[in-house]
Design a protein around this ligand. Structure first.
Ligand SMILES: [Ca+2]
Ligand SMILES: [Ca+2]
Length: 389
């Protein structure tokens, strides 16, 4: 009989007599099973979240809102989309401090589209590219909020929503490559099991639109990053006004690709998106949704000026990211250590040990066995050995 550890631990081969007459377990195999209880530490590090804020002209759209917290929205941003986003973002980051599942358990940074000749993006928090991203503990929250309060629509604004350029820059940051901006990054990934996310906040109001220029308006940067033929193909969307933007193809590539080749584990980037809209720009909303569905995340649509709606969407993403990071994906588990599941000649036995501190993460694995024949057994079990490993 052969079993494989679904969690990726080393394969071990053992033999089982067909008909369940006897179990023949080699000494080496028995020793290897000790790793059931001495596996790698389950902590994959805090998830990395990079917020990409659309700072193009669309954030100057009028917005009717009242920020519940005084002193957060700069006077120049009052009554504008950027001010409403400033307020909601500040509120969402504030909520991290009140949630034990988030406080000190996520890392965050913020980029905006580049200005002048920078067709990519640039860091706004922290001011210089960080490695790793700042931890959202009390100090991190305070520092991030201070930067959020300083967002100025004139000083920080740019002419073009460089959606593909921004995504290329996010990929370059996480993978430790050179961005369209020219910046050479060092990957912020601390642990090979750490998970990485982009949250793209887009202004899909009347004047908002994806508008890449230069090289990143073409497919070449994707090819340079290693996209295969299928990943260079344009994604069909409807309405198709902004189909030619490479933003969603970048999200797909980032989701499908192992971005750290020098690490045996797979590291990718999942893209969530939030489209802020007044209902006048369904074409940009559609592109932003395509980025999330092709980027392995979720898309949210928030009404322009809905502070609590935007803060809730951001918090939902944060909670999803943290939940995914801390809990194993569900597998078919027997109800007791002696139970097993079978299918044809396959036998599945889950062997997990409850965590000593009552954490939801348990050490263990799901073993897959295959029934075979062993003619060395007693006469009741004598059958061909064709299926032995
Ligand atoms: Ca596209
Ligand atoms: Ca890897």
């Amino acid at each position: 009989m052969r079993h494989e550890k679904i969690t990726g631990m080393p394969r071990v081969a053992i033999r089982l007599a067909a008909g369940l007459c006897a179990l023949v377990l080699s000494g080496a195999a028995a020793a290897d099973d000790i790793d059931l209880f001495t596996g790698v530490q389950p902590n994959g590090g805090e998830p990395n979240l990079l917020l990409l804020l659309d700072n193009a002209g669309g954030w100057n759209a009028d917005a009717s809102f009242t920020c519940p917290q005084a002193g957060v929205v700069l006077p120049i941003n009052a009554g504008k989309s950027v001010g409403f986003e400033q307020c909601a973002l500040h509120s969402a980051v504030n909520s991290i401090a009140t949630q034990p599942t988030l406080l000190g358990k996520v890392r965050m940074g913020m980029m905006m589209f580049g200005t002048s000749t920078n067709n990519g993006a640039k860091f706004r928090y922290p001011a210089t590219p960080p490695s790793p991203l700042p931890l959202m503990d009390a100090n991190g929250i305070s520092a991030f909020q201070s930067v959020i309060r300083s967002i100025d629509r004139n000083v920080d604004g740019t002419g073009n929503a460089q959606v593909a350029g921004g995504m290329q820059e996010a990929w370059a940051f996480f993978s430790g490559n050179r961005g369209i901006s020219g910046t050479q990054y060092s990957t912020p990934i601390l642990d090979s099991c750490q998970r990485n996310f982009v949250i793209f906040l887009a202004n899909a109001t009347n004047s908002g639109k994806p508008n890449d220029s230069g090289q990143v308006a073409k497919v070449q940067p994707l090819i340079d990053a290693g996209a295969n033929t299928a990943q260079q193909k344009e994604i069909v969307i409807s309405p198709n006004k902004y189909q030619s933007s490479w933003g969603d193809e970048w999200a797909r590539f980032m989701y499908q690709t192992d971005i750290l080749k020098n690490d045996a584990n797979r590291q990718n980037i999942i893209t969530y998106t939030i489209a802020v809209t007044d209902g006048s720009n369904p074409e940009y909303v559609r592109l932003v949704q395509s980025m999330a569905t092709n980027g392995g995340g979720k898309s949210f649509v928030v009404q322009n000026g809905d502070v609590s709606g935007l803060a809730s969407a951001l918090l939902q993403i944060l909670n999803e990211v943290q939940a995914v990071n801390s809990v194993f994906a569900s597998v078919s588990l027997p109800v007791s250590v002696n139970s097993q599941g079978t299918y044809l000649n396959q036998v599945y036995i889950g062997m997990f040990r409850p965590d000593a501190t009552a954490s939801p993460r348990w050490q263990g694995n799901l073993k897959q066995y295959k029934l075979g024949y062993d003619d060395r057994m007693s006469s009741c079990c004598r059958m061909p050995r064709t299926n032995l490993p």
